[in-house]
Design a binder for this molecule. Structure first.
Ligand code: AMP
Ligand code: MG
Length: 406
């Protein structure tokens, strides 16, 4: 039996590239960029006016001139006008290109307008101003060709805005694998069915599917009976059609736990079976010759969910080119755990002093106690080798909430 650390290493060392795809920009939220985004022009692309007011010559202002004749009005979205001489000012609006011959904007708040016959004049009530005041100079943020977003970044609405402004209506992102979710077991019935006394409803596949949908990973659910022939044929077909297979159930020591044997028969090489952990000890992991991964999780809902969260999610993120750091949290009650196994303790989290995550054990009745998942919101990993895990110590923390990855 291997340790949690070894199992994680083996899983993470499975490097896969699912290729890239061009997708519409508005569908790219949460995807990982597979291309660098560069400035297609200067940022800003022209000397941009940042206040409604007047444009004028700084030299005139600096020489003490405070009254100017209004030459014309220039709105945003029209080509630059030309200042006819330093005795003139142009009324100008935010977002407009700066008029030629002007290098100062004075805002309306500092102006008084008046009329001389049919002429419009302005008086400036301001003692001092610097050249280029209220002008966002061309190229002052970024120059044309500069890198704005490097590949590997996860797209949020902020990146969408930047990508849009450089004119990409499509964007190249890392493709996600097509995942088969396969539950196994004769005792399982569909969610909408009324189970008989000896039956239970399938919950593992829906939980995994919901997480994959949240991460926008294409997926499909299957259910197979504990029948060697059915398992062999269907898993073979599924391996052909999907990039990754997530199985649940059928990997323990039971008489109907056929999966390890069948997977090897189908040419899926076992990379490990059994991890020194609780829950999820019987976890089986392998890959076939074409480099497709099979995660066979023990069927207990908490084991399935834990293995999916601890092993599959970080592996997926890694292969999509995302760096996700493992967080830590402070244990707030002593925990005694004697078996020589890594323990994924279910915990309830609070935000403590200094924004540290503080967690309280919510152990429930073990890996069969599905309802207890609702009381907890994360796993805290207590590594083997100790028996008393003391309040105040920090350990690796795995939130159930994966929305920050989505
Ligand atoms: P197994 O790993 O097949 O021995 O299953 C362990 C336990 O988990 C059994 O009590 C199963 O009934 C239960 N189980 C297996 N698969 C599922 C599933 N998809 N949804 C809910 N419970 C399951
Ligand atoms: Mg089973």
């Amino acid at each position: 039996m291997i340790s949690v650390a070894e199992a994680k290493n083996i899983v993470q060392s499975q490097q896969v590239n699912w290729g890239t795809a061009s997708i519409p920009l508005e569908k790219s939220m949460g995807e990982v960029l597979a291309e660098d985004i560069k400035a297609d022009r200067d940022f800003p692309p022209f000397d941009r006016v940042t206040m409604d007011g007047i444009a004028l010559s700084f030299d005139a202002f600096n020489a003490g001139e405070r009254e100017f004749k209004i030459q014309e009005v220039q709105l945003a979205g029209v080509p630059a006008t030309n200042l006819k001489g330093r005795e003139f000012a142009i009324e100008i609006m935010t977002g407009a290109i700066l008029s030629v011959g002007c290098d100062l904007i004075i805002r309306y708040e500092d102006l008084e307008f008046y009329e001389k016959g049919s002429e419009k004049w302005v008086k400036i009530n301001l003692d001092e101003a610097d050249r280029w005041k209220n002008v966002h100079r061309q190229g002052s943020d970024q120059e044309k060709g500069e890198l704005l977003i490097a590949k590997g970044v996860v797209v949020t609405a902020a990146e969408v805005a930047i990508i849009a402004t450089v004119g990409h209506h499509e964007v190249c992102v890392n493709k996600k694998p097509n995942v088969a979710i396969v539950s196994t077991g004769d005792e399982l019935v569909d969610v909408e069915k009324e189970p008989l006394a000896h039956q239970i409803r399938k919950s593992n596949s829906v939980a995994i599917q919901s997480s994959l949908n949240q991460l926008k990973v294409p997926n499909k659910c299957f259910h197979l009976l504990d029948d060697k022939e059915e398992l062999r044929n269907k898993i073979n077909a599924i391996l052909n059609d999907f990039d990754v297979v997530l199985l649940s159930g059928g990997v323990s020591k039971g008489k109907a736990d056929y999966l390890p044997e069948i997977l090897e028969e189908l040419g899926v090489e076992k990379l490990f079976h059994k991890v020194a952990q609780r829950p999820g000890k019987p976890f089986w992991f392998g890959a076939d010759k074409s480099g497709k991964q099979v995660f066979a999780f023990p069927g207990n809902p908490i084991s399935t969910y834990m293995c999916f969260r601890i092993y599959f999610i970080p592996w997926l993120e890694h292969n999509l080119g995302r760096q996700v750091e493992v967080r830590t949290a402070v244990l707030k009650e002593d925990v005694i755990f004697k078996p020589d196994l890594g323990y994924f303790l279910q915990v309830r989290s609070e935000i403590g002093n200094n924004d540290l995550i503080e967690v309280y054990p919510e152990t429930g009745n073990g890996s069969g106690d599905l309802a207890n998942l609702a009381k907890s919101d994360a796993f805290l990993y207590l590594p083997p080798g100790e028996q008393l895990y003391k309040s105040g110590n920090s350990y690796e923390y795995y939130s159930f909430d994966i929305s920050s990855l989505a």
